[in-house]
Design a protein around this ligand. Structure first.
Ligand SMILES: *[C@@H]1O[C@H](CO)[C@@H](O)[C@H](O)[C@H]1NC(C)=O
Length: 108
């Protein structure tokens, strides 16, 4: 019974984390240079869209990690710059009728 609970919990965690989006991979010397929580309240029947812009990194970006705090079909795209650049623009879009709730971490 205990095992079953753990398996259930574990699959839930895996399922939830499937909406996270990772660009690039951090290396042992990458440092967290920017962190932001993006939160937009839900609107019935609407998708919420927001942009995150980060510019002027001293060294090229090695990784951008986006964590979705909810189990939703939200998505994140990189619209300019990104890994290998000194800037990045991310476009975040919530599932229809859902709020947008992301944590963004940029490593360079
Ligand atoms: C990201 O791009 C995909 C494929 O073009 C698209 O389906 C999705 O809606 C886009 N998401 C955002 C947040 O722009």
């Amino acid at each position: 019974m205990k095992t079953l609970i753990w398996v259930t919990l574990f699959s839930f965690v895996v399922y939830v984390s499937s909406e996270n989006r990772f660009f690039g991979v951090k290396t042992p010397d990458s440092k967290l240079i920017y962190r932001k929580r993006v939160f937009l309240e839900a609107f019935p029947f609407k998708k919420r869209v927001d942009y995150v812009e980060f510019t002027n990194s001293a060294v090229p970006i090695t990784a951008v990690y986006c964590y979705d705090y909810q189990n939703s079909e939200a998505s994140v795209n990189c619209t300019s710059g990104g890994v290998g650049y000194n800037y990045v623009t991310l476009r975040l879009k919530s599932q229809r009728s859902y709020r947008l709730d992301y944590a963004i971490e940029i490593y360079a």
